[in-house]
Write a new protein. Structure first.
Length: 482
């Protein structure tokens, strides 16, 4: 009963918003309305997605968006920023308190932006500042043309050691198709072929030989814990800066599921994250760092970022305030319990999982065990209403496009309220689809890596069972757009 007034308020807020939009461009109002229906109807297992609260969503839809605010709190390049200052200061305060960080920068628009801010902060601290000091000047504009050319060469001649893509690393960790690979000489560390776990001894040997400026830890498809204390020890040994990209698992750090050696914040000099994955905030990024990097990090805008998005910083503040509530700790624990239940359910039904299971929010199914490529598995699952994404597995014979893996994650379904028993049912649905999918053929009759055939009736039957499951946990129950 006590929820009724809030529910009415939420419905009214979103309905009025859509009416206003419909008056200008009905196709956009329709697309927004259709998106909530699509999300309500699908079994969302994409490990990097979640559902932000109505308060977070509403914090983004307002006139804070109209303000330019380059600079940082109290030091802007534009007048009239007092409300943006409040928003940014409150968001940063929540971030510092939540993660126990010395400094928080909440402006990055995305994870890649947060990583760029971090890279340039480290380059400024470790390459640019010493060059200025050697030249006896305070800023780059005071350097001679010759010294400036030498500094630019030095900035472009630094090394980064990051996790290999097929072991679960991220494209922004020094890989050539991304700007990070064009900025740094990159070398990768991987996982042990037997256990599938990060091989710290090999990492240490590689770091000693390669002498990187930055060692970057963090992943988008590694289902186990990372020992950040050990990573820092290795970084210190070779005079590297330890940077951790916790985009995927920030919610587990915030919810105190990852603590001690597995919490990156006390160990890394600089930590980046997105805010919309397991942290359940708005789409955006954030940087946490120690005092030594704070000034450089605050130069993110205009160094590599366009003007801050004050409305999104407002939503970050709301999401971070939510994550400081005791309920968020319970949520984070349930995410991990659910991932384990899903992994166990899949394994019991004969699926092969990379590393044999999970310690975090995601699991990686090696679908070659079903005779499929990742692409075939992804599309067959989607046909049955199960939304996942294909992903390379270590030493993947099918490469990054077709892949041999399917990544599944539990942050979104946990937000929706599903529990461990229901994860077993989800495992059953996934296994049903994969084991009843066969490989299609190319025009010349050879086995295809892309096409597939799902047995008649399976998609409908799975979709019905999944709809029953989802009906027990309505998404955004407080929002009625009818
Ligand atoms: N796109 C995110 C993911 O799915 O892991 C990372 O960039």
């Amino acid at each position: 009963m006590s929820a009724e007034p809030t529910r009415t308020t939420e419905s009214t807020a979103f309905r009025s918003g859509l009416e206003a939009i419909r008056g200008v461009e009905p196709r956009i109002a329709d697309a927004i309305g259709a998106e909530i229906e699509d999300q309500r109807a699908s079994l969302k297992l994409i490990a990097s997605e979640n559902y932000a609260s109505p308060a977070v969503l509403l914090a983004m839809g307002n006139w804070l968006s109209d303000k330019y605010a380059e600079g940082t709190v109290g030091r802007r390049f534009y007048a009239g920023c007092r409300n943006v200052d409040t928003v940014e200061a409150v968001a940063a305060e929540h971030a510092r308190e939540l993660f126990g960080a010395r400094h928080a920068y909440v402006q990055p628009h995305s994870g890649i932006d947060a990583n760029l801010v971090a890279f340039w902060a480290v380059l400024a601290q470790r390459v640019e500042s010493p060059a200025l000091e050697r030249a006896g000047v305070r800023q780059v504009n005071e350097l001679t043309e010759e010294d400036w050319a030498a500094l630019r060469r030095d900035l472009g001649d630094q090394r980064m050691l990051g996790m290999s893509l097929d072991a679960g690393g991220h494209l922004t960790h020094g890989f050539r198709p991304n700007i990070s690979g064009k900025m740094f000489h990159q070398r990768s560390y991987g996982t042990d072929p037997e256990s599938g776990l990060i091989d710290y001894a090999a990492l240490r040997a590689s770091a000693r030989e390669f002498r990187p400026l930055i060692i970057i830890a963090g992943y988008s498809a590694y289902p186990r814990l990372v020992n950040f204390r050990l990573m820092r020890e290795i970084a210190d040994e070779v005079d590297a800066t330890l940077m951790v990209d916790m985009a995927h698992f920030a919610g587990l750090v915030a919810g105190k599921v990852l603590t001690g050696d597995f919490d990156p914040v006390p160990h890394a000099q600089i930590v980046t994250t997105t805010t919309h994955k397991s942290l359940r905030g708005p789409r955006g990024g954030m940087v946490l760092c120690d005092d030594s990097l704070a000034d450089q990090v605050d130069r993110g805008c205009p160094m590599v970022l366009g003007g801050p998005l004050p409305h999104v910083m407002a939503a970050k503040a709301v999401a971070l305030a939510e994550a400081r509530q005791p309920e968020f700790r319970a949520y984070a624990q349930r995410v991990v319990d659910n991932a384990r239940a899903l992994a166990d359910g899949l394994t019991r039904r004969g699926a092969r999982l990379v590393t044999g299971g999970t310690d975090n929010h995601l699991a990686l199914i090696d679908v070659s065990g079903y005779g499929l490529t990742g692409r075939q598995a992804e599309e067959a699952l989607l046909e049955a209403g199960i939304v996942t994404n294909r992903n390379a597995i270590p030493r993947d014979p099918n490469g990054a496009w077709y892949t041999s893996g399917i990544r599944v994650g539990t942050p979104a379904l946990t937000t929706r309220g599903l529990g461990t028993a229901e994860m077993d049912e989800v495992a059953e649905l996934i296994d049903t689809v994969l084991s009843r999918t066969s490989v299609g053929t190319t025009r010349s009759g050879k086995p295809s890596k892309a096409t597939y055939a799902l047995e008649d009736g399976v998609a409908k039957q799975v979709a019905e069972r999944s709809a029953d499951l989802l009906a027990k946990h309505p998404l955004y129950p407080g929002i009625d757009l009818s």
